[in-house]
Write a protein that binds this ligand. Structure first.
Ligand SMILES: Cc1cc2nc3c(=O)[nH]c(=O)nc-3n(C[C@H](O)[C@H](O)[C@H](O)COP(=O)(O)OP(=O)(O)OC[C@H]3O[C@@H](n4cnc5c(N)ncnc54)[C@H](O)[C@@H]3O)c2cc1C
Length: 491
């Protein structure tokens, strides 16, 4: 191991949605030194960024969403363990500065107020709706939330809004109002400004990289946390050449995401003791790390329609409908074949069952990721989606557009089982109340925190990126209180 002399006030591991916000905010105090470590590369200059970084999430093409990493090297490229039918579902995650905030669909929605009451009940004191709201607002100012007005919508999107209205859904201009649930439709809030995606690379991190007390180190794979007794004193990472390096800090925050933070804790000996012993890792604290991984399972139906509704173009993801327990979006699909699609996602706040475990103690080994998507179908979690999908097809609007289900006649359960996939919203595994306390400090240890989607004690009813930004903002305030700038120099 080389290094060992460098010390910072705070190390943040993972420059994604949460870590990017957190590290940038912590560096606003010039007396606090912040090191932000990131496994993937950095793209500080616009000229060197692959296409798709800026406008990603807007292309209305095959499957309509156009999101995902612009090149495979910038994605962790994980897959689930085989589902009951043997399928291994691809799980996209950004692997570069900006993390998944730079490959996502730029949907920028708040959680539901009740989500946070559930968090408080799970032990997340201080995370009630009134407490998190100012941090949503702070993040929203930073990243710009906009919607596409109706005159920009594609015919397929107008059709969907009309169909939902005929189902009795309320039309709302602002779906980020606290009561915009259970039967509403309208323009989807997006974190885009002048069509530029507002991920953390081009917002928070761009502002922070000018500061002399902020160090961004890309291309380093964090292996584990380093301890003295029960106190975290730094991290050990592999540099670009695979050489192990240790760097010290008063506080370490893991923001490596729902598939990344749990593995770092496990390699550090923090996790289920029996699971760790089986991998020859000495357990340090026995905590349910990696258990209770959640997601919002989704699926799509491909439909034929009159030619005017199959027109592809800009923008996709302009509108959304929220039913009871789901949200649905219209997508263009294949103009030449006369096809469109409807995608539905389950607004589950727990489950459908899943876990992240280590395959081996090697830092570069892919984790073992389980998501029980098919069990969600078997349990009937999609039954409400199916019923509402049928009702939508039966509306005057859809009938007039001659929308027909290309899969009609297939056994329903079989069809749902065959198409269910990730909603790209993994969360949990290091939940507040189970692995970290309400201040995001890992239970039983000093100086070690987790801040990212993995600490959600239950899921938000919604797309989680804005909630990750909110968490980064809130965690920065919590850590600033816990780590007064310059405290190390005084001590
Ligand atoms: C294709 C896709 C589309 C999506 N669309 C939306 C959307 O439109 N709206 C929405 O709200 N949500 C969306 N999501 C989900 C949302 O983007 C994520 O929930 C959110 O980005 C998670 O943030 P995070 O901070 O937990 O993790 P991330 O943003 O993934 O950050 C983790 C960071 O840690 C780094 N890292 C991991 N392990 C290590 C290690 N060992 N050492 C060093 N660095 C490490 C990673 O490279 C990454 O940069 C989408 C997700 C995907 C994949």
């Amino acid at each position: 191991v080389s290094g060992g002399y460098e010390r910072f006030d705070v190390i943040v591991v993972g420059a994604g949605s949460t870590g990017g916000v957190l590290a940038a905010r912590l560096s606003e105090d010039p007396d606090r030194s912040v090191l932000l470590l990131e496994a993937g590369p950095d793209f500080p200059d616009e000229e060197t960024r692959p296409p798709g970084f800026f406008s990603g999430g807007s292309v209305s093409g095959h499957h309509g969403t156009g999101s995902g990493a612009p090149v495979p090297q910038l994605d962790w490229g994980y897959r689930t363990e085989p589902l009951a039918d043997g399928r291994r579902v691809p799980l996209s995650r950004g692997k570069f500065v900006g993390g998944t905030s730079m490959i996502n669909g730029c949907i920028a929605v708040r959680g539901r107020p009740e989500d946070f009451e559930r968090w408080v009940a799970a032990g997340a004191a201080g995370w009630g709706w009134q407490e998190v709201l100012p941090y949503y607002e702070k993040a929203e100012t930073e990243v710009t939330i906009q919607t596409y007005p109706p005159e920009r919508w594609l015919p397929n999107q107008h059709l969907f809004v009309e169909g939902c209205r005929q189902l009795g859904f309320r039309y709302l201009d602002d779906l980020n109002t606290p009561d915009a649930w259970d039967g509403v439709v309208g323009p989807w809030p997006r974190n885009r400004r002048n069509e530029i995606r507002q991920g953390t690379l081009v917002t928070y991190i761009r502002a922070a990289r000018r500061r002399p007390n902020f160090t961004l180190r890309p291309g380093v794979m964090v292996d584990r946390v380093v301890f003295e007794g029960d106190r975290a004193t730094g991290v050990r990472y592999l540099d670009a050449t695979g050489r192990p390096v240790e760097v010290g800090a008063d506080r370490v925050v893991l923001s490596a995401g729902a598939y990344g933070s749990a593995p770092i804790l496990l390699r550090s000996g923090v996790g289920p003791a029996d699971e760790l012993r089986a991998l020859d890792i000495t357990p340090r604290v026995d905590l349910p790390v990696g258990r209770d991984l959640m997601d919002h399972p989704g699926l799509s139906f491909v439909l034929s329609a009159d030619a005017e509704y199959t027109r592809m173009g800009w923008p996709s993801l302009a509108v959304v409908g929220r039913g009871a327990g789901w949200w649905g979006i219209p997508a263009t699909y294949d103009e030449q074949e006369g096809l469109i699609a409807l995608s539905f996602f389950l607004a589950l706040v727990e489950g459908p069952g899943g876990s992240v475990r280590l395959r081996s103690a090697a830092p570069d080994a892919d984790p073992v990721i389980r998501h029980d998507y098919i069990e969600a179908v078997e349990r009937g979690d999609f039954d409400g989606v199916w019923a509402d999908f049928q009702r939508l097809l039966g509306t005057d609007a859809y009938r007039a557009a001659h929308v027909t289900d290309t899969g009609a006649g297939q056994p329903v359960r079989e069809r749902l089982r065959g198409s269910v996939r990730t909603g790209t919203h993994p969360a949990g595994g290091c939940g507040i109340g189970k692995v970290v306390d309400a201040d995001l400090a890992v239970l039983g240890l000093e100086g070690l925190y987790v801040a990212d989607a993995s600490v959600f004690p239950s899921h938000v009813t919604n797309n989680p990126n804005l909630t990750c930004y909110m968490m980064g903002e809130y965690a920065a305030d919590k850590l600033a209180a816990a780590v007064p700038a310059g405290a190390r120099a005084i001590a």
